[in-house]
Design a protein around this ligand. Structure first.
Ligand SMILES: *[C@@H]1O[C@H](CO)[C@@H](O)[C@H](O)[C@H]1NC(C)=O
Ligand SMILES: *[C@@H]1O[C@H](CO)[C@@H](O)[C@H](O)[C@H]1NC(C)=O
Ligand SMILES: *[C@@H]1O[C@H](CO)[C@@H](O)[C@H](O)[C@H]1NC(C)=O
Ligand SMILES: *[C@@H]1O[C@H](CO)[C@@H](O)[C@H](O)[C@H]1NC(C)=O
Ligand SMILES: *[C@@H]1O[C@H](CO)[C@@H](O)[C@H](O)[C@H]1NC(C)=O
Ligand SMILES: *[C@@H]1O[C@H](CO)[C@@H](O)[C@H](O)[C@H]1NC(C)=O
Ligand SMILES: *[C@@H]1O[C@H](CO)[C@@H](O)[C@H](O)[C@H]1NC(C)=O
Length: 617
């Protein structure tokens, strides 16, 4: 049947060739038509007959399809003036429609499939009017699914001798086959032997799609630690080429250490004994290698460290020296190491000479020294009783007095490292015999009989003097106050003046004795309160006595004169007169006050009282 049909077609062909002399069909088709998978494809086929006078009465239109690489083709549609047939039992039965008019026939394929990527033939046969055929290649496109990139998670060493896998990328289920290209930092990577390998694996899925997997093998260099790699999938779509860029992946680049640095992380500034010192070692290798710490003096003894840190707790001067750190990943025998000098500063306890305490005699000189061994320049100041008394290593004590005694503290500081300081001290004792306070050796006093007098004695000396009293002329005395501190003794006795008193204050210690004498003259008792104190001196008393005698002489002469004239009787009235006179004298005295010093006025008053005393008796 098929054979017969083919024969018939062949004959028809021959006829067409014969008739071409009379007429011709002009047919226009597109070479190709591109559609997305699943879309409808409409293949137009435009035709016209050249011999317009002889419009054909019969036009036969047929559509054929031929798969790529298959020489035989298959009819899928037939129409003539009377009928339209969609051939049954073909891939296209039920999926195609053909619309035709006088000039055009259009093949409409619904729901295109990958298998529709074929050549479609449009054949127009107007018998004597001519016959023609056109071919359109239908191309179906399916973009691949979103590409997937996977970076290598393990580190890649620059020492690898061949390119190592860096990342792989996959574009799945695309049609036609998508391409994958690689980029490093956005720049395309071109396969280069020994440096860049790109391995491509193309899979034709059973569904007809292509899946492409590309693996990038790359010889990493140290700079690639910051590089990012990405893949680009390019695929065709109708009328264009599209690309899809994956996100970038980083690679961990491993490279050996070529340089190491060692430095002191803490403490800041100078290091002193007792500090905890942290040394840190850092190299340029990746991953950071473990380090070995050692001292230059003993390069083979590795110090206990943790990772890149060496902690030296409570350092001493013995820890001073050059420290080194070496990476464990250094290639070959290259001496990659970090080095630093550590200086541990110290300040030894202060040594004071003389030691502890020193006894010196009054008036002597002494040189004290204070030294503390240190790795840094020190500064020494001397303190006594909280006040600075000197500076420098030596301290001169000249012409010692009892005040010189005491504790001398030397404070040693290190100006460049203030937390470093020490101190020492010496106790200076100035020894000497008692020394009484006050100028006079003998004190003269007068006091109204019957009164108490306080006598005070203060003596300095070392050892602290003791004071004893020897009082002659009064049984009634007692020590009312006694004080001893440091090198001073103070004693006060209260003496009742009954008659003239002689008192000796004897201050003595091992080094000697000193005596101070008090002589108290007892003044006969008067009723008026004496306003002067016993210590006002004998000169005043003498003046008073002279004045009294003068007054007595004057009064005596007046009295005698009046008595001679017989104007005044003896007895009580006379006495009253005297009293009056006395009052007058009082007035005089008051007037005198303006001319004399206060002291004298007071004394004159006292004279009156004294005069009055015997009269009252
Ligand atoms: C060929 O394709 C183009 C664009 O798809 C279209 O405009 C044109 O009409 C087509 N030619 C024919 C003969 O159908
Ligand atoms: C060629 O196409 C014909 C008709 O569609 C089909 O029967 C045959 O199997 C095809 N041959 C090949 C090699 O694809
Ligand atoms: C073909 O066209 C007819 C009429 O327009 C329509 O009913 C039918 O569904 C179409 N068939 C296909 C496969 O498109
Ligand atoms: C890659 O590494 C660089 C530098 O370390 C970093 O800035 C960047 O965020 C990383 N990118 C990715 C995708 O991890
Ligand atoms: C894929 O690569 C091939 C070979 O370089 C090229 O001919 C083709 O056009 C490319 N396809 C796409 C979609 O980029
Ligand atoms: C003598 O000293 C004692 C004790 O200090 C004191 O209480 C007393 O008043 C003093 N007497 C005189 C007369 O100053
Ligand atoms: C003072 O006291 C000391 C010691 O008790 C004694 O040796 C000395 O003779 C005394 N001096 C006088 C003048 O009493």
């Amino acid at each position: 049947m098929a054979f017969l049909l083919r024969r018939a077609l062949f004959l028809l062909h021959l006829c067409l060739l014969t008739w071409s002399a009379w007429g011709k069909v002009e047919l226009t088709v597109n070479d190709s038509l591109e559609v997305y998978l699943g879309d409808s494809a409409e293949i137009p086929c435009h035709y016209s007959f050249t011999n317009v006078n002889n419009e054909p009465s019969f036009v036969m239109i047929q559509w054929f399809v031929r798969a790529a690489g298959n020489s035989s083709r298959m009819r899928i549609f037939y129409s003539d003036g009377s009928q339209q047939i969609i051939d049954s039992n073909t891939d296209y039965s039920g999926r195609i429609n053909v619309t035709s008019d006088q000039k055009e026939t259009r093949l409409l394929i619904q729901n295109t499939q990958l298998s529709d990527e074929r050549e479609f033939f449009c054949q127009v046969n107007g018998l004597a009017a001519g016959t023609a055929e056109g071919k359109t290649h239908l191309k179906v496109f399916a973009p691949p699914e979103t590409s997937v990139i996977e970076g290598v998670l393990t580190g890649i060493s620059v020492t690898n001798t061949v390119p190592s896998k860096v990342a792989s990328c996959e574009a799945r289920n695309g049609f036609p086959k998508p391409n994958i290209t690689w980029h490093r930092n956005g720049m395309p990577l071109i396969p280069t032997p020994g440096r860049v390998n790109i391995l491509i694996l193309v899979t034709r899925e059973s569904s007809g799609f292509y899946s492409v997997q590309s693996t990038l093998e790359y010889q990493v260099i140290k700079e690639d630690k910051d590089s990012f790699f990405s893949c680009e999938v390019s695929f065709s779509v109708p009328g264009a080429i599209r690309t899809m860029e994956s996100h970038g992946v980083n690679v961990t680049v491993h490279y050996p250490t070529t340089m190491v640095e060692l430095w002191k992380e803490s403490p800041q500034g100078l290091v002193k004994e007792g500090d905890t010192v942290v040394l840190r070692c850092q190299g340029d290798g990746n991953p950071p290698p473990p380090f070995i710490f050692s001292k230059e003096q003993e390069p083979d003894v590795s110090l206990e460290s943790s990772g890149d840190v060496l902690i030296l707790s409570s350092v001493s001067r013995k820890d001073s020296g050059i420290y080194q750190c070496r990476p464990l990943d250094a290639v070959g025998h290259s001496e990659v190491k970090g080095e630093m000098q550590l200086n541990v500063h110290y300040l030894d306890p202060a040594v004071v000479v003389p030691k502890d305490s020193e006894v010196m005699l009054k008036g002597e000189d002494l040189v004290a020294t204070c030294n503390a061994l240190s790795s840094l320049t020190t500064s020494v100041v001397w303190h006594k009783d909280g006040e600075q008394v000197g500076q420098g290593n030596t301290f001169h004590l000249q012409d010692a007095t009892y005040e010189t005694s005491g504790e001398y503290i030397c404070k040693v500081t290190v100006p460049s490292l203030p937390t470093l300081h020490t101190s020492g001290s010496v106790h200076i004792i100035v020894q000497g015999g008692p020394q009484l306070v006050g100028v006079e050796e003998e004190v003269q006093l007068e006091e109204v009989a019957g009164r108490m007098v306080n006598l005070s004695c203060e003596a300095k000396g070392h050892p602290t003097p003791s004071i004893s009293w020897n009082i002659v002329g009064s049984q009634n005395w007692q020590e009312v106050a006694s004080k001893e501190n440091d090198h001073v003794t103070h004693s006060t006795v209260s003496v009742k003046v009954t008659s003239d008193v002689s008192a000796l204050c004897n201050a003595s210690n091992d080094m000697g004795a000193e005596v101070k004498a008090f002589r108290i003259k007892a003044i006969p008792r008067v009723t008026t309160t004496a306003r002067f104190s016993p210590v006002e001196g004998s000169g005043v008393i003498i003046v008073v006595i002279i004045l009294c005698l003068l007054l007595l002489a004057f009064l005596g002469s007046v009295f005698y004169f009046l008595h001679k004239k017989g104007k005044i009787p003896c007895g009580r009235s006379g006495k009253q007169e005297i009293s009056k006179e006395k009052t007058t004298k009082d007035d005089i005295v008051v007037e005198m006050k303006t001319n004399t010093k206060n002291e004298e006025a007071v004394l004159l008053k006292a004279v009156n009282g004294e005069k009055k005393g015997p009269n009252d008796q």
